[in-house]
Design a protein around this ligand. Structure first.
Ligand code: ZN
Length: 307
């Protein structure tokens, strides 16, 4: 396969935010900055570095501004700040984020519990956030969360997901993400949601966010890639967890995902060996085994390779 025809899927490293947020112990600012630096050194070019939310509710993210201040300025890297409201946006812009991510939950109850607002209010906030980010010259994207199931309401219909996606699309984001926040989804759901969204929004780039809570994460990622997703979220080592399944593993491991994509002939621009080393570094810092499998088994064939 020639370089010219090789398909590319972008990896968004969410370990420093989604991964760490579900870790029981708070990581120091210096260690977070080192984590992000190692991810960039491995070839990651989009990193969710912090969320700008109430530090009383999410102590792990209380140092969001400090993390941003300590990051090296890089024109080729997007430092993504997650925000849930106007106040978060103002903080993220002031801190120097180069991309804004907002989340709207497909389930009404979950949106209320997570964001203290109705889904409709969060959508209205997103439309305002997208406008303001654009005015500030910063690109913004939005994630439709709990799209595969809700811990409070149970099943979420694909029709409901499409309805929310269509409403957030009114802000014309550069990309929309669809998230299996609690890790209950299966590949046929991915295919169905993708095709139904595609029918309504034929040109919108779609990113997917999976948790490996029930070991379906990579299968879901495969289904998303086959359907035509342009980007996938993942966390190095598969760190993190699920707030609704305390013993569960986290996001899909970046190294396992990149291994699969690379062997499928899909380019990510990320160095597998460097990801594995970063996973081991994380494991040492967290003081417990990481869920990622590649670090245990190694790359095949055994050679240094860059996708
Ligand atoms: Zn997540």
């Amino acid at each position: 396969m020639t370089e010219r025809s090789q398909r590319v899927v972008e990896i968004v490293e969410v370990g420093p935010r989604d991964g760490l947020q579900n870790e029981p112990s708070v990581m120091s600012t210096a260690m977070k900055v080192e984590f992000i630096r190692l991810a960039i050194a491995a070839g990651i070019r989009r990193v969710e570095v912090a969320s700008f939310v109430n530090p009383k509710r999410v102590p792990q993210m209380a140092d969001a501004e400090e993390v941003l201040r300590a990051l090296p300025p890089r024109d080729d890297v997007r430092y993504v700040g997650l925000v849930l409201n106007r106040k978060g946006l103002d903080r993220a812009l002031a801190a120097g984020c180069t991309e804004i991510g907002m989340a709207v939950v497909a389930s009404e109850t979950f949106n209320q519990r997570n964001q203290g607002a109705s889904t409709a209010d969060s959508i209205a906030a997103w439309l305002d956030i997208a406008r303001s980010a654009r005015a500030a010259g910063i690109r913004a994207q939005v994630t439709v969360s709990a799209a595969f199931g809700c811990p409070f309401e149970g099943e979420i219909s694909a029709a409901k997901v499409v309805e929310v996606v269509e409403r957030v699309a009114q802000a014309e984001p550069f990309e929309i993400a669809i998230a299996d926040t609690i890790g209950v989804g299966v590949p046929t759901q991915v295919t169905e949601i993708f095709s139904r969204v595609r029918e309504k929004l034929p040109h919108m780039p779609l990113r997917f966010h999976f948790h490996n809570t029930r070991n379906t994460g990579l299968a879901n990622a495969y289904a998303a890639v086959e359907a035509g997703a342009v980007a996938l979220d993942a966390s190095i080592g598969g760190i993190g967890g699920c707030p609704f399944a305390p013993a569960a593993t986290g996001n899909i491991p970046t190294e396992d995902l990149v291994y699969m994509l690379q062997r499928m002939g899909i380019s990510t621009g990320v160095d597998l060996e460097a990801l594995i080393r970063t996973g081991q570094w994380l494991q040492d810092r967290l003081g417990r085994p990481i869920p990622g499998m590649l670090g245990k088994a190694g790359v095949f064939p055994a050679m240094h390779s860059v996708a």
